[in-house]
Design a binder for this molecule. Structure first.
Ligand code: GLC
Length: 787
């Protein structure tokens, strides 16, 4: 306990408190973000997640009372008490987040558990205090979200989780407290007000969200500093903006990475890869990426090729390139212990591997057998690893898949005392474990950026808060279970709320044998997951779109084509993600915080603000209830206009995924293609759903960093509905990308019109079913549709 406040002083935005038994710092990052810091292990922050912190101006007023100090920004009031207890209020003095003034008092687990363990029954951890522990009051009407990749439901209230990156291939179910990723961030929603807490601590950490006692929730860690950020909303969107302001945002990816991706453990040899590629083209199923899993390597030695299976890697990747395919290869961290193998030799010579406490390189087992673990916490090692990416880039590889980086180990976990250099602050595995994958991804990202000059595509299994700056993620080894399809929705939604805009699951499921129905339903979800990759395990039955029957293939084709049609809309969402941190797949509540019915929807989501997706997640089901929030919605497939603010019953036979478009939406779409870059992007089709609304569309070269220098276009489109007419106003807000669209079509959905005027002149229009289509020049300013 820190004891009573003796005194405090202000230094700029920092308040340095002197307590009887130590110091504590409260730092104002912005009017809405406040850091609470107690230097316990390190004198300074030692964040792996936050790279630059830019303080934002705010007025700060401080008031000293006998027993507390009040610090008021433009948006929140923080009240600091003895023992560095801190309460947060809004400006009207409504409590937001208060300390719990009592001791932990958990429920009792009765009985001697060893008898149950005899049968193999899994039991829960007993009550334990943590070295670092912060206990907050529960009012009872909270909803909790976030925590990155966790099993279970959207709302985490009443559950307990741990942060310790874990590779456990058994079926992921609700009693799992850990998985591959550690994102110690959550958001609380209460009384239509949201705040977030980011606990910036890489040691094993613990979050009990009112499970052990409904009077409080707590977060804690085994070691490190007490270091957390309070992030005020009041909207959920502002909390996500605040959190990603700190830890970084998903950068705009190359557009091809948003296409369909096909993976399998493993497509080898070369002829099998070619066969897969040809099938996609022959069957008219768009696809951009084929992955090579571990068997492309020479004896699982990273940064090598098996020359028997892939005679000439460059020719091989070139051949695929000609057909419009990119190749992404897996790279695991484990380096085979093998004298004469260049990566091993270089690592040993330079001391690049993690060691035991006596400084001897630590050995465990992964795919190659005895393997060593590069110490990515050392700048020199990250540089080395990033330079090694050149080997892959030079072979024509377009992206890198980082796996097994929890790190995984087949001969038991890495002991706590495995040593890491930690950029000048030597430490052990307990501190580096959770950021091992994060640091590996960072090194990979930097290497790919350097050697391709393009926006890197990295996909990682393990990560930490902030990895979103470098890498997309997938949710590891799920199973071909309907249960896992169902779980994918809340899991991805919470990952999105936790900064990971670019995420996905193995479509079809990784382990176990997929069924035609499951693949059909999974591709309907995959079509809307930011990362759209079908992947399956060695020895499971084939799972490519055509692996079952014609009907399943047709459903795959339909949704994969829909994905390509929607690419410009999806790309806009990514542009938004880079600028605001907002996810692509969104729980409804972030746009409908006034509507409590949206707080616990586990089986439907928004795709951006304009589209609502309500997939079928159960076997045999061909209809479902869909909650449509207030406003009017259009059924994407039938065009029917439906009033929201209620649950509707929707028929959804096997080829239908219920999709709704919000009235007033303007959805930019592309014409058909087999892969990104097959044709020039000369034509954009704007699908306009009747209603008042505005939309901004983003366009650039889809691959380079030139957009950072301003080489992009922003088109603003406004729809105004008046009596008897629909007016579309078009303006270009930014135009520095010169290779933009040559032609834009406006498709007025579900509307037959009498005549159309472009900038005052009557023009031709085409009737396509119930839609009206006009062509415009990019310079046109206004369309008037008379209806
Ligand atoms: C791990 C990965 C999986 C991959 C396999 C072989 O299980 O999670 O995606 O296919 O290793 O590399």
């Amino acid at each position: 306990m820190l004891g009573k406040i003796k005194n405090y002083k202000r230094e700029g935005n920092k308040f340095l408190f002197n307590f009887e038994n130590g110091e504590g710092i409260l730092e104002i990052i912005s009017s809405k973000i406040i850091n609470v810091f107690v230097p316990i292990k390190y004198k300074e922050h030692n964040s792996k997640s936050i790279e630059n912190i830019n303080l934002k101006d705010t007025n700060v007023i401080e008031k000293r009372f006998e027993d507390k100090v009040e610090i008021e920004t433009d948006d929140v009031i923080a009240v600091v008490y003895d023992n560095f207890k801190v309460d947060f209020y809004d400006k009207q003095r409504n409590p937001l987040c208060l300390e719990y003034d009592g001791e932990r008092n958990p429920f009792i687990r009765r009985g001697n558990v060893s008898i149950a363990e005899g049968e193999g029954i899994s039991t829960q951890a007993d009550f334990k205090h943590h070295k670092i522990e912060v206990i907050k009051k529960m009012f009872g009407d909270e909803y909790f979200y976030g925590f990155g990749e966790k099993t279970g439901h959207l709302n985490k209230k009443g559950y307990y989780y741990e942060m310790w990156n874990t590779d456990d291939p058994k079926p992921h179910v609700e009693n799992y407290t850990t998985l591959y990723k550690s994102i110690p961030f959550f958001m609380t929603l209460r009384q239509k007000t949201a705040y977030g807490i980011f606990f910036d601590n890489t040691f094993k950490s613990y979050f009990d969200m009112g499970k052990e006692n409904s009077e409080y929730y707590y977060f804690g860690a085994d070691n490190g500093n007490l270091d957390y950020y309070f992030i005020y909303g009041p909207s959920a969107i502002e909390v996500i903006e605040g959190y990603t302001y700190l830890t970084g945002r998903t950068p705009l990816p190359q557009m091809w990475t948003l296409g369909y991706q096909q993976c399998r453990w493993s497509y080898t040899p070369e002829s099998r890869v070619m066969e897969i590629a040809q099938n996609f083209r022959k069957r008219d199923i768009p696809c951009d990426v084929i992955y090579l899993d571990i068997d492309y390597m020479d004896g699982y030695r990273v940064f090598t090729w098996d020359r028997e299976k892939f005679k000439n890697p460059n020719e091989f990747t070139e051949k695929l390139k000609e057909q419009g395919f990119k190749v992404v290869t897996i790279i695991d961290p484990g380096v085979k212990k093998d004298k004469g193998y260049y990566i091993y030799d270089e690592g040993i010579e330079n001391g690049y591997f993690a060691t035991d406490k006596d400084g001897i390189p630590y050995v465990n087992e992964v795919w190659p057998g005895d393997s060593l673990y590069p110490d990515f916490s050392d700048e020199k090692v990250r540089k080395w690893w990033s330079e090694k990416q050149k080997v892959m880039v030079d072979s024509g590889v377009a992206g890198i898949w980082n796996d097994m980086n929890e790190p995984a180990s087949f001969r038991g976990p890495l002991p706590d005392d495995v040593q890491f250099k930690n950029d000048g602050f030597p430490t052990d595995h307990t501190e580096i474990h959770n950021v091992y994958g994060h640091l590996m991804s960072k090194a990979t990202y930097e290497g790919i950026k350097r050697y391709t000059g393009k926006r890197p595509f990295v996909i990682t299994r393990a990560c930490f808060a902030g990895t979103q700056k470098y890498s997309t993620v997938w949710t590891g080894d799920n199973h071909s279970f309907f249960e896992h399809l169902r779980m994918a929705v809340p899991m991805l939604l919470n990952l999105g709320l936790s900064g990971f805009a670019f995420c996905g699951t193995d479509v079809g499921g990784f382990q176990f044998d997929c069924t035609p129905e499951l693949l059909s339903r999974w591709v309907q979800v995959g079509c809307f997951t930011p990362l759209f990759r079908n992947h399956s395990c060695i020895h499971t039955r084939d799972q490519e779109p055509w692996a079952f029957d014609e009907k399943t293939e047709e459903i795959n084709r339909k949704y994969i084509k829909l994905r390509y049609k929607m690419l410009p809309y999806l790309y806009d969402l990514f542009y938004e993600a880079e600028n605001t941190g907002l996810p692509i797949m969104r729980p409804l509540f972030i746009h409908y915080m006034d509507d409590e019915k949206t707080y616990e929807l586990n089986d439907e989501f928004l795709w951006g603000e304009n589209m609502l997706v309500a997939p079928i997640l159960e076997q045999g089901k061909t209809f479902r209830g869909v909650y449509l929030p207030k406003g009017s919605w259009y059924d994407y497939f039938t065009g029917e206009k439906i009033e929201g603010g209620r649950v509707i019953l929707k028929d959804a036979p096997i080829d239908i995924c219920p999709i709704y478009i919000k009235e007033g939406s303007i959805i930019p779409t592309f014409n058909e293609m087999s892969y990104v870059g097959q044709n020039r992007f000369d034509e954009l089709v704007l699908e306009v759903y009747r209603g008042n609304g505005t939309y901004v569309h983003y366009e650039d070269d889809k691959e380079s960093f030139n957009y950072k220098e301003g080489e992009y276009n922003l088109y603003k489109i406004e729809q105004v509905v008046e009596d008897g007419k629909i007016i579309i106003n078009f303006s270009i807000q930014h135009k520095e990308y010169n290779d933009g669209y040559k032609k834009i079509k406006v498709k007025l959905k579900n509307s037959l019109v009498k005549s159309v005027y472009a900038d005052g002149k009557e023009i031709e229009f085409i009737q396509e079913g119930n839609d009206t289509v006009v062509e415009m020049n990019v310079e046109d300013k206004q369309f008037i549709f008379l209806i």
